[in-house]
Design a protein around this ligand. Structure first.
Ligand SMILES: [Mg+2]
Length: 325
């Protein structure tokens, strides 16, 4: 099993990786709902007053191992202004502490409560909307296991439950939910035991449905590819937490206690960050330091069109500075 730092390192460096990686046929949710009413006014511009800023990470705060110039200063500025800050990533493989370390190595001071991974958002979502879920069967990496255990869930990793002679019959244990993240060692037996858990009554919940993710050399299959196998096998429509499903941003805002009308998402990906923000009833600033260039940004329409576009962190600061009082 790859260690946390190795898994994080594998998430890629370099501009060549900053291409769309969230497009997925499985980016839907059984609970694809707007968590609060969206007034038409809220979509016409940024909020007059901003008290919560949710940053995407790759392409916004850093590119691979390189911090994006001005990002550290922007985060410091918001911290000093008393604005709540969150860093939200669809990555399910690395526990939040790994991101505290990574940001710290770039000079960005972030507390663990400011980190939102698709696994921690799944935990938060379950806590608020499915409190009866205790026993979970998880397909995922070590970082996911650590987060689930820390949340007090009764966790069985699919790799530990899988056995060679499993013939599709009932499992010894009943699970409330099967949680799907990215498992770089997924195999047929893990899929088989997860399928049996679902057919035995467990709900099917995915940390994210990313079809693929970038590496320095290209792309590897993402959690959504594993999810597609399970959804196909079981015929069950999964509930998806990560961007662009609204559940991840909704969980982050709910946990902050801040009015969603005072929250802004800052992201580089129109498909994941901007659409995800809008589906959660939030506004979004698109930065051009990642997957989208100015021409792409100018052509965006519908839910992918942000309330504002910024060349980089310095322009985000200008946009936010007049909205902090
Ligand atoms: Mg990004």
């Amino acid at each position: 099993m790859r260690g946390a730092s190795g898994a994080l390192g594998a998430m890629g460096t370099g501009a060549q990786n900053l291409r769309h990686h969230t497009a997925s046929p499985l980016a839907y949710s059984r609970f694809e709902r707007v968590a609060w009413p969206v007034s038409s006014g809220a979509m016409s511009g940024l909020p007059d007053r901003v008290r919560l800023v949710i940053f995407d990470l790759d392409g916004v705060v850093y590119r691979g191992n390189e911090p994006i110039p001005g990002a550290r200063e922007l985060v410091e500025f918001l911290h000093l202004a008393g604005v709540a800050v969150r860093f939200a990533t669809n990555n399910s493989m690395v526990a939040r502490a790994g991101y505290v370390d990574r940001l710290g190595s770039m000079g960005i001071g972030a507390g663990i409560d400011e980190i939102v991974t698709s696994t921690s958002a799944t935990v938060e979502h379950l806590r608020r909307h499915a409190p009866d879920v205790h026993a979970v069967l998880a397909i995922g990496a070590d970082g996911m296991r650590a987060e689930l255990l820390e949340a007090g869930l009764e966790v069985t990793m699919a790799g530990d439950a899988a056995f060679a002679a499993h013939d599709g019959g009932p499992l010894d244990q009943r699970y409330d939910a099967v949680l799907v993240g990215l498992d770089p060692e997924v195999d047929y037996r893990r899929l088989a035991v997860a399928m049996s858990a679902v057919t035995g009554g467990a709900s099917l919940i995915a940390t994210n449905a990313d079809a693929r993710y970038p590496t320095p050399s290209g792309f590897l299959p993402g959690a959504g590819s594993i999810l597609a196998a399970l959804a196909t096998a079981t015929g069950v429509l999964p509930e998806v937490i990560g961007k662009p499903s609204p559940a991840m941003f909704a969980a982050a805002v709910e946990a902050s206690g801040i009015d969603p009308r005072e929250a802004v998402v800052v992201g580089d990906n129109p498909d994941a960050d901007v659409a995800g923000a809008h589906r959660a009833g939030l506004t979004a600033i698109l930065v051009l330091t990642g997957v989208a260039d100015a021409a792409t940004a100018a052509a965006l329409e519908g839910e992918r069109r942000p309330e504002a576009t910024a060349a980089g962190p310095a322009e985000v600061r200008v946009l936010l500075a007049k909205r902090l009082s």
